[in-house]
Design a protein around this ligand. Structure first.
Ligand code: CA
Length: 731
């Protein structure tokens, strides 16, 4: 509950800068693509051009910078730089790091423009640093209301800024789109993009296209209706808004395509919002002048509640192509009609020109949560190929005639008992960026194998704070039967997969015992970089997958790394900090990476880097001292149901914290009234732990505590028998 204890201890902006020397000739590593980046010959620094449309359009020939979210508009996250390469990567060392003032998940991809780095952190804060030294230029705190955190399904994360026309754009967790002066960090304009009567959040990075900043939102688990909006970069005036699902048909539809979409819904779907949020991927193709958005799951997850008489529920779980100037609909491809498992289609889209069966094709590549790799013709939305990129059990594949998945018998969880389906809501691949290398022709995908026991739950409460999905989270909790638990724990793993999109097959993979590893970047130096859940930053050969470099960064890294040059030296940087939905919600599987802490910092590496991270203070080994479990079984059972509905999504499945938020089994409030002061009285609201007095009665709060005490005693017994069950890694 003490959600951000450590954020209160701002450790100063500790900065350690290594000796910096300019040696290599400018852009010696740019490969054959040449560089058109202007350079100030007197200072030796790159001239400050800022970011504008012309420059973004030729970003591919400007590999020293990382100008937009996926480096270029096609979002391949491939860098032509090769100063750091497969021959010398062993000399890569830390050259600076910059400690942050939050202790939550860090998911942002930094932007680098002419030697300056801009990025967001948890709680939607923005930082501008010198990209060669880590020296701070400015920082900005939008002062997100901490109580808004309860509306976030998946930690108080943010995935980055956009830089354009002298401004830095970003979204805030509580729904604002802000424009800062790129030089001073001062607020230029601010727009509220949501109706705060509903539980929207923003975690995704905005994209700028033709002078408009495009932003979506999250909240499909919280009863909202999804949309994406465009705002004028100069004035902040809204240019258009495209709703991804139809609203109440008694009112006029916002555009004609929604009238058609409404025919794919049944019942009174609009009363629960419908979902379909655009919380991550937004990609622009300047040649076709199309904007592609990835649309999330329907809300609630269970289609029997969402749309009781069936229907495809457009445009949930779809890729939709829009005109960027107007938001006008052009085409869509739906990956999961009538979706039922939280298989968002929000994940990164990569645009590339491939030769398929002798024909040049403009394709869009997608590896969404559902575990299928899609290659689409991005001019028309036609499906070119689709194949599972990892083990899945909900479908056997995709029917190429209809473009629809071929679902298995268990997929719709028809039974009275939970049905273990792979993947689960975590997705086989989520927002963690992937990368396509035109050199190897491979797509590098950070994936996980993690199933989820789905069971339909008709006891659905749309209007409360619950993470209520119409599936039974109490039934989905980790079983405490030793054998079953072991089998589930062993099945949860991570992999880095190199995928051949032409042959739709795996070229190589790196197996990891832990799930929820970081995003990737690939380079012309035959390297793929990835941070890991275990707390390393690693490099692999892009062609074979051989591990060639690893650096212990003291914390799990989930964000996508980048690479850039300043004064002719190549840097590889990553924002580290363990968090996101997995360590918050997953319980025991999230502890598999060990006692990983959240140490939030930006780290930059270069050849010959000699900076050493300071040792972390030892983790105090806390011992479980729960009071005796005296409550009757019915009370514990009731407590479990209410805990799994209201508490587990942040404090962990069956009261096991994955290392970011407090592990309640160790709470000092299990024996005193502070428990009620926090759960019902909102004592820790400033940390993001709101009062649940509207949703939880005093009797239920007591039942939750009885369940936590029960679980603490259960864990104590397990620990005594040497079977784990020990404390989460919360520092
Ligand atoms: Ca979702």
């Amino acid at each position: 509950m003490n959600a951000e204890t450590y954020s209160l201890r701002v450790r100063g902006f500790a900065l350690r800068v290594a000796a910096f020397c300019v040696a290599a000739a400018f852009c010696a590593g740019c490969g054959g693509s040449g560089s058109h980046l202007a350079r100030d010959e007197n200072s030796g620094a790159e001239a400050k051009q800022g970011v504008n449309e012309a420059r973004v359009l030729r970003a591919d020939r400007d590999p020293g910078n990382w100008l937009v979210h996926g480096r270029t508009y096609n979002e391949q996250r491939f860098s032509p730089l090769k100063l750091v390469n497969d021959k010398n990567v062993s000399q890569l060392g830390l050259t600076w790091f910059y400690d942050l003032d939050t202790r939550r998940g860090q998911e942002a991809t930094p932007i680098v423009v002419d030697g300056l780095m801009y990025f967001t952190t948890a709680w939607s804060k923005v930082f501008a640093l010198n990209a060669a030294t880590g020296a701070p230029l400015w920082s900005y705190d939008p002062k997100v209301n901490p109580e808004w955190a309860v509306n976030a399904c998946c930690d108080v994360v943010n995935r980055g800024v956009a830089v354009w026309g002298g401004k830095v754009f970003f979204g805030t967790l509580d729904g604002r789109l802000e424009a800062l002066d790129a030089t001073t960090g001062k607020l230029v304009w601010e727009k509220l993009t949501i109706d705060r009567k509903f539980r929207y959040t923003i975690t995704g990075a905005p994209r700028v296209v033709k002078g408009k900043v495009i932003i979506g939102n999250g909240g499909a688990e919280m009863g909202v209706r999804g949309y994406v909006s465009a705002y004028d970069t100069e004035t902040g005036a809204m240019a258009w808004r495209f709703y991804t699902v139809p609203g109440d048909p008694a009112k006029p539809f916002e555009n004609p395509i929604l009238a058609k979409a409404a025919k794919t819904w049944t019942g009174e779907w609009w009363k629960n919002g419908g979902g379909g949020t655009v919380w991550d991927s937004i990609v622009y193709d300047p040649e076709l002048d199309l904007l592609f958005i990835g649309v999330g799951n329907g809300g609630p997850w269970n289609p029997r509640i969402r749309s009781p008489q069936g229907g495809d529920n457009l445009f949930t779980c779809s890729i939709v192509a829009l005109r960027p100037e107007t938001g006008e609909y052009v085409w869509h491809y739906q990956e999961n009609p009538g979706e039922a498992w939280d298989y968002d289609s929000d994940e990164q889209m990569i645009l590339a020109d491939l030769t398929i069966q002798g024909q040049p094709r403009k394709v869009l590549m997608h590896a969404p949560k559902n575990g299928v790799f899609y290659v689409l013709d991005r001019a028309t939305g036609a499906l070119i190929s689709a194949s599972p990129y990892t083990h899945i059990t909900w479908a056997s594949g995709v029917d190429m005639q209809t473009g629809r998945p071929v679902e298995t018998a268990l997929a719709r969880y028809p039974g009275r008992n939970p049905e273990l389906i792979i993947p689960g809501p975590l997705g086989a691949h989520s927002w963690q960026p992937m990368s396509y290398s035109p050199v190897t022709g491979l797509v590098y995908i950070p994936i996980q194998d993690a199933g989820f026991p789905y069971k339909s739950d008709t006891d659905f409460h749309a209007k409360n704070f619950a993470f209520d999905t119409g599936t039974d989270f109490a039934a989905a909790g980790m079983p405490q039967d030793r054998q079953i638990k072991k089998a589930i724990m062993n099945s949860v793993r991570g992999r880095l997969v190199a995928w051949d999109p032409l042959q739709q097959k795996q070229a190589w993979d790196v197996d990891r015992p832990e799930a929820w590893n970081g995003g990737v970047v690939s380079t012309a130096g035959n390297l793929v970089f990835e941070g890991t859940a275990k707390g390393n930053f690693e490099a692999y050969l892009a062609d074979t997958g051989a591990r060639v470099w690893s650096y212990a960064i003291q914390t799990g890294a989930i964000a996508g790394p980048i690479t850039y040059t300043v004064k002719g030296e190549q840097y590889v940087a990553i924002l580290a900090g363990w968090g996101g939905v997995f360590p918050l919600a997953a319980g025991e599987p999230a502890m598999k990476s060990g006692r990983v802490r959240n140490v939030s910092r930006m780290l930059a590496f270069k050849l010959g880097g000699k900076v050493v991270l300071p040792a972390l203070p030892a983790i105090e080994v806390e011992v479980l001292h729960p009071p005796a479990a005296t409550a009757d079984a019915a009370t514990v059972r009731r407590g479990e149901q209410v805990y799994q509905r209201f508490c587990g999504n942040c404090h962990g499945d069956v009261v096991v914290s994955g290392g970011v938020l407090p592990d309640l089994r160790y709470s000092s409030t299990l024996t005193n009234d502070q428990w009620f002061n926090i759960v019902l009285g909102g004592l820790l609201r400033e940390n993001g732990m709101v009062s649940f007095s509207k949703e939880v009665s005093r009797g239920d709060a007591a039942a939750i505590r009885a369940y936590v005490i029960f679980r603490a005693n259960q864990s104590l017994k397990e620990a005594a028998s040497g079977e784990g069950g020990g404390r989460g890694s919360y520092p």
